[in-house]
Design a protein around this ligand. Structure first.
Ligand code: PLP
Length: 460
């Protein structure tokens, strides 16, 4: 911490920096000099290399030439496409590519832009869940009266990403009415429909109003998959909005063999996947689809005089400013368009399958070493595992795995992350960087084994 403050001046320069000379003259040489002096020397030492083939932490954040070209075009054009009229191509391309992606994911037709629904690119999955929560909140309040805010209840499993909790805080949902139902190893950390039904019944008895259910396909800790069909039916029978968060695992569902994890999405009101995670699209690009776009628009639209125009007034166009929190928006669809065009569905499927194959390979390596265990069944490209505690001493086991994580990451040759499931400290190995090959997985495993050997020897 603080390393960069020692390398950079205390305040911004009064006069333009040497980049001005770059613009004036010997361009290439000066750019290289700038990179060497400033980027390589000062910035790269403080960069976590998310694109490294040895990156296995959190979830991936892919970059690709296609995504980069799209990003570059977007930066160059630098339009601010809040309304259709502010740059028609931006809105229209976004509608088209989200329809393309919806078809690749075999989303129900209700999510396509031809009907009452449609897709929109949000910056992140957190923004996606926030806007649908606001839409759902206002929809129910229109029905039951706006004084009922404190009676509204949100449901999800305790494995749901913390962005839901943040969205509830922003939306004014009473903190005690945010039900994060405990999911256990008995369901592989998926939300139990029975538990949900019971909780909803109890809440109804005391006069509360269930209005929002969030299910996840591929939870952040362990890729648990909530049973969408049964959960969706419960949501529907209680008049609740049903949101599906497939931020990470949605990408895998473009492969027919993994699409079944999304079965039941027909019941959903909204569905989200992050193209910026595992889909070769440079950050940020979070795809959100809704079945009823008017719910979003009713919650989020404003219509000031200075933005009025013929196309919007005549209701002939989509104005994405009414589907999101900010007014301004970038031309993000360019990068998704580039990715879809320059790879094509088949290459994207191969890309996903290859990572899943590498994760299976890692799982097999673990299975061959009796000192380790795989903790939850691997579904996609994340392996949750741990070094087994010595003499069944769980608290020592937790300490040991924490030390193992630190020891591996301190080498700088691989980067992994952790979670806690049922009180156990678990290591997460997420394969998904574009350049990762089997040799990188093997090398990371070797580091893990070597560090485990040293730690076990020390703890004897
Ligand atoms: N949902 C899930 C399942 C995630 O795994 C994550 C991040 O890893 C998020 C939501 C939040 O994503 P974002 O950073 O796009 O808000």
């Amino acid at each position: 911490p603080g390393y960069l403050r020692n390398l950079l001046p205390d305040s911004a320069p009064n006069q333009p920096d040497s980049f001005q000379h770059v613009l004036d003259g010997e361009v290439a040489q000066l750019i290289l000099e700038f990179i060497r002096l400033h980027i390589q020397a000062k910035i790269l030492p403080g960069v976590t290399h998310w694109q490294s083939p040895n990156y296995f932490a959190y979830y991936p954040s892919n970059s690709s030439v296609a995504g980069f070209v799209g990003e570059m075009l977007s930066a160059g054009l630098n339009i601010v496409g809040f309304s259709w009229i502010a740059s028609p191509a931006a809105t229209e391309l976004e509608m088209i590519v989200l329809d393309w992606l919806a078809k690749m994911l075999k989303l129900p037709e209700d999510f396509l832009s031809a009907g009452q629904g449609g897709g929109v690119i949000q910056g992140t999955a957190s923004e996606a869940v926030l806007v649908v929560l606001l839409a759902a909140r206002d929809k129910v309040l229109r029905r039951v009266g706006k004084d009922a805010l404190e009676k509204l209840v949100v449901y999800a499993s305790n494995q749901t990403h913390s962005s839901l909790q943040k969205a509830c805080q922003i939306a004014g949902i009473h903190p005690e009415n945010c039900r994060l139902l405990k999911a256990t190893s008995s369901t592989n950390y998926a939300l139990s429909p029975e538990f949900l039904s019971e909780t909803i019944s109890q809440d109804l008895t005391i006069g509360l109003i269930p209005f929002f259910l969030c299910a996840t396909v591929g939870t952040t800790s362990s890729t648990a998959v909530d049973p969408l069909l049964s959960l969706g039916k419960i949501a529907k029978s209680n008049g609740m909005w049903f949101h599906v968060d497939a931020a990470y695992a949605g990408s895998a569902c473009v492969c027919p063999e993994f699409r079944h994890y999304m079965d039941g999405v027909e019941e959903a009101d909204s569905f989200n996947m992050n193209a910026h995670k595992w889909f070769l699209t440079n950050f940020d690009c979070s795809a959100l689809w809704v079945k009823d776009r008017s719910a979003l628009v009713q919650a989020l639209s404003t219509n000031p005089e200075y933005l009025k125009n013929k196309a919007s007034q005549a209701n002939m166009v989509v104005d994405y400013k009414d589907w999101q929190v900010p007014l301004g928006r970038r031309f993000r669809s360019l990068k998704l368009w580039m990715v879809l065009r320059l790879y094509g569905l088949e290459n994207l499927q191969c890309y996903i399958r290859n990572h899943i194959k590498l994760a299976k390979h890692f799982e097999n390596l673990i299975a061959q070493d009796p000192r380790f265990e795989v903790v939850t069944p691997r579904i996609f490209s994340l392996v949750c595992f741990r070094l087994l505690p010595v003499r069944n001493n769980e608290s020592h086991g937790n300490k040991l795995n924490h030390q193992l994580l630190d020891a591996v990451n301190s080498t700088g040759s691989a980067f992994i992350s952790h979670t806690v499931l049922s009180g156990k400290y678990i290591l997460r190995f997420a394969v998904g960087a574009p350049l990762t090959e089997e040799k990188h997985v093997n090398a990371a495993w070797k580091v893990l084994q070597d560090k485990a050997t040293s730690l076990l020897a020390e703890s004897l």
